[in-house]
Design a binder for this molecule. Structure first.
Ligand SMILES: Cc1cc2nc3c(=O)[nH]c(=O)nc-3n(C[C@H](O)[C@H](O)[C@H](O)COP(=O)(O)OP(=O)(O)OC[C@H]3O[C@@H](n4cnc5c(N)ncnc54)[C@H](O)[C@@H]3O)c2cc1C
Length: 477
């Protein structure tokens, strides 16, 4: 596949005419917010940032990009954590920002479906569903900024995967602009449709490398009538897993979240999150944020959760627990969980991993990973947290107290190689929910078979023969 061409001024003028000068950013300062990502790990350059306002404009942009061999980097809310939405440093790519396509087109409460444009924020979609007395279950710390197009393009996970699955499970239909500008209208709201290949699945999780998602039909769920949120101190990951199984046995899919954090993570929160306070009297090595939901109007959920926690304490699975007494208290607990990445920033450099292993292997993973990290960076502070119910741990490591941030971050590859090696030995994944993007593309061939890599390359060649869609992300050029 040939490298895309560097667009000259005349070509850039042609792109600008499609959206109008106002929405074609060329000034360095105007482009800046689109060129840095949340971890401040990648700082890109772009020839231009385009902010189209319609599918038709996107179609014309892609047709022109295909004709002129110009590389296009689709971007949603720019909250991605693997650098996939950021152009490379050469400055020859165009960022295609979807933010202006932000209409909730239709909420069909009867059909449990909603049609939305790709640039709607996840929070706006959840609110629109809620207003129609329905639940859109996808939820994550970035939901105020991330967009549904980005969620679908990354097959995002979040805190409700345990009960509802990742983004892939919430999509009924898609509209996609292909690399040559053709528009595929697959906005169907069908639960069952076995007419040939399920094409939408190709674009879900493709990280902007196969097409530009412009709209989606999403699946809605009944809105829970009762919700209980508990903060539980536990002695070990083993105990947390036993608690998980007890909860699943009793509540099944009523267990909507099961999140783990370490004491050190809680200490960071208490130190840096204004207004936070320790929900429990004692101090425990690990904590679980457990959320259960029920469609039952009657107030039966709370006593059932209280009984669950009492039984878990009697069985040595839980040490102590606080059950939120109000929605405000539940929100405060969730705010602590959501702040974990942010508070870690205040503690200096951090090396991060987004891994999954079979749930039963989590205790071994935690023990072995801690040993490996200590050997490489003695004194490094372990702040693992995440979606225990999905076997997905954000294995984050903060620099030792007083260490040099740059020197610590320089060990990233070495530390990751050790952690990822362990993950592979345990039959896990090096990217549970954030994707491959730029950060992990060199690792992909090491975790996929030759046949898998060839199938992926064949799909890329077919849908994007000129290699203009987010080139160099996920797959090597
Ligand atoms: C505080 C915080 C918490 C987070 N928590 C979670 C979590 O719990 N679970 C999780 O999975 N992720 C999480 N993330 C990561 C991130 O929010 C998700 O990956 C999210 O889905 C990205 O959406 P976005 O709109 O910001 O996409 P961007 O970051 O803009 O883009 C991500 C990728 O999608 C592509 N893309 C974006 N829009 C489109 C489109 N319309 N068509 C085609 N391609 C497109 C881009 O090219 C890029 O490859 C978190 C991030 C932060 C900062």
């Amino acid at each position: 596949m040939k490298a895309p061409a560097i667009p000259d001024t005349a070509t850039l003028d042609r792109f600008a005419r499609i959206v109008g000068e106002r929405y074609a950013l060329r000034d360095e300062a105007d482009m800046q917010p689109y060129l840095v990502e949340p971890r401040e790990k990648y700082f890109g350059k772009a020839a231009m940032v385009l902010r189209p306002g319609s599918v038709e404009e996107i179609s014309r942009i892609m047709a022109l990009a295909n004709e002129t061999r110009t590389a296009i980097v689709p971007q949603g809310g720019n909250t991605g954590l693997v650098g996939a939405q950021i152009p490379f440093e050469r400055g020859d790519e165009i960022v295609l920002s979807l933010g202006r396509l932000n209409r909730i087109v239709k909420v069909d409460a009867e059909g449990n479906a909603m049609t939305v444009e790709a640039g709607c924020t996840l929070a706006a979609i959840r609110e629109a569903a809620d207003a129609a007395d329905r639940l859109f279950p996808l939820s994550m710390g970035s939901e105020g900024s991330c967009q549904i197009g980005g969620n679908i393009a990354t097959n995002a996970g979040g805190v409700a995967v345990l009960a509802h699955g990742p983004a892939r499970d919430q999509v009924l239909g898609l509209q996609v602009v292909l690399a040559d500008g053709r528009v595929w209208d697959g906005l169907r709201a069908l639960r069952k449709d076995n007419t040939g290949y399920d094409l939408k699945q190709l674009f879900i999780g493709s990280e902007g490398t196969l097409g530009v998602i412009t709209a989606a039909v999403l699946k809605l769920q009944p809105k829970p009538r009762a919700r209980e949120t508990a903060f539980v101190g536990v002695a070990s990951p083993e105990a947390a897993i036993r608690l998980l199984h007890r909860a699943l046995d009793q509540f099944g899919r009523g267990v909507t979240s099961f999140e783990l954090m370490s004491r050190l993570g809680l200490d960071f929160v208490l130190r840096h999150l204004p207004g936070s306070r320790d929900p429990l009297q004692g101090s425990w090595p690990w904590y679980v944020l457990l959320e259960t939901s029920s469609g039952d109007e009657a107030q039966t959920l709370r006593p059932r959760v209280e009984a669950l926690l009492a039984d878990a304490m009697a069985a040595g699975e839980a040490e102590d627990a606080a059950l939120a007494a109000s929605a405000a208290q539940a929100n405060a607990l969730w705010r602590m969980r959501a702040s974990l990445s942010e508070v870690q920033k205040q503690e200096g450099g951090s090396i991060k991993h987004d891994v999954s292993v079979p749930i039963a292997a989590i205790p071994v993973f935690m023990k072995e990973a801690a040993k490996l990290v200590e050997e490489i960076v003695p004194g490094a502070r372990l702040v693992p947290f995440g979606h225990l119910g999905d076997g997905n741990i954000h294995y984050n490591i903060s620099q030792p107290v007083g260490a040099d941030k740059k020197a610590f971050l320089a060990r990233w590859e070495e530390v990751s190689a050790a952690v990822h090696g362990l993950v592979a030995r345990l039959g896990g994944s090096i990217s549970a929910e954030h994707g491959i993007g730029r950060m992990k593309k060199d690792l992909l061939a090491g975790v996929k078979s030759a046949v898998e890599m060839e199938m992926m390359r064949a799909i890329k060649r077919t849908l994007d023969p000129n290699g203009i869609l987010n080139p160099g992300k996920v797959l090597q050029r």
